[in-house]
Design a protein. Structure first.
Length: 201
């Protein structure tokens, strides 16, 4: 098991509820394959073998585990509750009971490793077709639903105001940036603020 002091520190500094969840996930990932190396990347613990396989993260109120080539994986047990681009997340984990069975998680980690070993690449994103319809990503809707005031305000926004928030989230270069923006967006929307409120008099 190739562990990292930085990952030790990350878990030790996590919220109290998150520590047993992160430790459990970390141990399972290494149990899946002893060749996996762990490191801190974009502020989160990553597990790599011939490329990124998965990552874990702890936040104020939940934890998450993400698989980097989820779009190529066989999600036989439908464990992904957020498919953002090519990545699949098991999101909003608040206790060990929220996790799939250990055997399922191990199998998914091994599947991710196999994709890397086979050199499988994630297909390029197709160009988006211009449309007037505002499509709100599921992860954004899920976050809004945790704050009824934010949800109601968002649905009363104009189409352009909705698009500004969605574009801001979708343009995030990393998952950690997206999650930080998501938390800020829900907070601002609950206060009735448009995305560019700072620049409007």
């Amino acid at each position: 098991m190739q562990t990292s002091v930085q990952v030790d520190q990350y878990i030790a500094n996590a919220a109290e509820f998150a520590i047993p969840i992160l430790n459990h996930l970390r141990n399972l990932i290494h149990k899946a394959d002893g060749r996996l190396e762990e490191k801190i990347k974009w502020g989160m613990p990553f597990f790599e073998y011939k490329g990124a396989v998965c990552h874990i993260a702890g936040f104020k109120n939940h934890c998450t585990i993400g698989f980097w080539k989820a779009s190529l994986m066989n999600d036989e047990y439908h464990i992904f509750n957020d498919l953002s681009g090519a990545m699949g997340l098991i999101n909003y984990i608040k206790s060990l009971e929220d996790l799939p069975a250990d055997e399922i998680l191990i199998a998914y980690v091994q599947q991710g490793i196999q994709l890397n070993e086979e050199g499988k690449k994630i297909p390029a994103k197709p160009k988006k077709i211009s449309t007037n319809e505002v499509i709100t990503p599921k992860y954004f809707l899920d976050a809004l639903q945790e704050d009824p005031k934010a949800l109601a305000t968002f649905f009363n926004f104009s189409a352009s105001n909705k698009r500004e928030y969605i574009s801001w989230l979708e343009e995030a270069k990393t998952e950690s940036t997206k999650l930080k923006r998501l938390e800020t967006a829900v907070e601002w929307i609950a206060e009735g603020k448009e995305r560019m409120w700072k620049y409007k008099k």
